[in-house]
Design a protein around this ligand. Structure first.
Ligand SMILES: [Fe+2]
Length: 477
């Protein structure tokens, strides 16, 4: 059968999966009017609808291998379009918040130097918004925008230059345009055509000596703790360690109250601040405002590498799409800065495992994995999270595990302490779990904090997230 003979969707999908791009183009040609009509209906904006429809097909192409029921291609495509529209609307909401912040900054900073582009007597709110957006969008996306708009390189050349797939270039272009468009709505003033004005603004921003432009971006795997997170404090400390807040604001707020009472010298958060719960951005706001040392977890990693969502179960993946739509540009920029590991005197911190290359992915549950963890340790004591099951693991001939609420750490025995989870415990105790460690007495204490689990569950259901993710908060299984 040829493509001209009106092939079925199933045939085109199979051909696409076999590497025939023309087959996917035929699918796009077939369903573009439907998808575009749907995105126009949801967004009520022609240009935005076209961009979202384009991204819908890009995502469908990338994820086509995961489509199990080929006959359900159209509802599957429609679901992608709906998620993309939702993400778009949330990005616009974030842009509005950024606009408000930019206006307030201008209003409270009367001595800002004049700028030929920004200041024609009055600050130009359109360019102020754009500047804010560009600053927050991250180096990777900004590099692609720059190469595409300023150097006018084709996407294939940009991909080769940056050593990333063409699909990533398309995605970053789309996301950059989306952020800029959201910040630029309503349309720019008529004194310059939109594109020329945008290019002028990009040139101006790129010409500024910014630290983020001088520092080459690190890959997720290469990113290490910054010097500021390697706090080599030699004096005895009371350290609080927590992990896996998972967007559960009621749980985090309850733990913060107890932390305020406990008054630790330092707080370490081992990642997974986001996903599953309904308030990832608010949780990020709290941990940032508190100045805790925060590491990257696998749920932050998927924001940097959305392909990781394929590794999640369907419930987690569904929540992941919600979370991606709920994060602000500022949240994303902050996530990019998170290190994989941190260290203090004689203590190592990591989300999942001290094994190099498996920091955010490996679960230390089996004896074999525990042994690998002990071997990889760079300090006698290591704190981890990730499994949501609190327990201390001791390096003995057969690794010993203890779940005692208070434990005495022996500095001569390598020990890995899993601190459990604040926002998603899985040890049949629904209370938020975290740890206090006194480096003077070497005493480890598991703390459990009650919070309103019914309220957290209700928020998850009300947000349309999988009910299971809320109900498990009640039973901690
Ligand atoms: Fe987690």
């Amino acid at each position: 059968m040829t493509l001209d003979a009106a092939p079925t969707d199933a045939h085109l999908i199979e051909r696409t999966r076999a590497g025939d791009q023309a087959a996917f183009e035929a699918l796009v040609h077939r369903y573009e009017p439907l998808v575009l009509g749907y995105t126009r209906h949801l967004l009520e904006h022609d240009l935005e609808a076209e961009d979202v429809a384009q991204e819908t097909f890009l995502k469908a192409f990338r994820e086509l291998a995961s489509l199990r029921e080929i006959e359900r291609f159209l509802p599957w495509l429609k679901a992608i379009a709906w998620r993309e529209c939702r993400a778009w609307v949330r990005a616009k909401q974030s842009a509005r918040a950024a606009l408000q912040a930019a206006r307030e900054t201008r209003a409270h900073t009367p001595d800002l130097p004049t700028d030929p582009l920004l200041d024609d007597g009055e600050p130009d709110p359109w360019l102020a918004r754009l500047e804010r957006t560009m600053e927050n969008m991250g180096e990777g996306r900004r590099a692609v925008l720059s190469l595409f708009y300023l150097d006018e390189l084709p996407q294939e050349k940009i991909a080769a230059f940056l050593e990333i797939p063409v699909g990533t270039v398309k995605r970053r272009l789309f996301e950059g345009r989306r952020d800029v468009s959201a910040a630029a709505a309503p349309e720019p003033p008529a004194d310059l055509p939109g594109r020329k004005r945008f290019v002028s603004a990009v040139k101006r921003l790129l010409a500024q000596p910014k630290q983020t432009l001088q520092t080459p971006p690190l890959s997720v795997r290469d990113r290490k703790a910054s010097p500021s997170t390697q706090a080599n404090k030699e004096h005895p400390m009371k350290i609080a360690v927590l992990s896996c807040i998972h967007g559960n604001l009621p749980a985090l707020e309850a733990v913060v109250k107890e932390l305020d009472a406990a008054k630790p010298d330092q707080v370490y958060c081992l990642g997974d601040v986001i996903n599953y719960g309904t308030e990832p951005s608010a949780c990020i706001g709290i941990v940032r405002e508190r100045g805790w040392t925060v590491l990257q977890g696998n749920h932050e990693a998927f924001v940097l590498e959305p392909a990781m969502l394929d590794e999640f179960n369907p419930f987690a993946r569904n929540c992941g799409f919600f979370t991606l739509g709920a994060l602000s540009a500022s949240d994303r920029a902050w996530i990019k800065t998170l290190p994989l590991t941190a260290s203090a005197a004689g203590i190592q911190f990591v989300h999942g495992s001290p094994v190099k290359g498996k920091e955010v992915r490996q679960y230390l549950l089996s004896q074999e994995d525990m042994k690998a963890g002990f071997e990889a340790m760079t300090a006698p004591l290591c704190f981890v999270g990730h499994t949501h099951v609190p327990m201390a693991m001791y390096d003995e001939a057969t690794p010993k595990v203890s779940k005692d609420a208070v434990q005495q750490i022996d500095p001569k025995v390598k020990t890995i302490v899993n601190v459990g989870a604040v926002g998603q415990p899985r040890d049949r105790d629904p209370r938020a779990c975290w740890v206090l460690y006194d480096s003077a007495t070497k005493t480890l204490e598991y703390r459990r904090t009650s919070y309103d689990t019914q309220e957290a569950c209700r928020r998850i259901k009300d947000a349309g997230l999988p009910a299971k993710m809320g109900e498990r908060l009640l039973t901690a299984v």
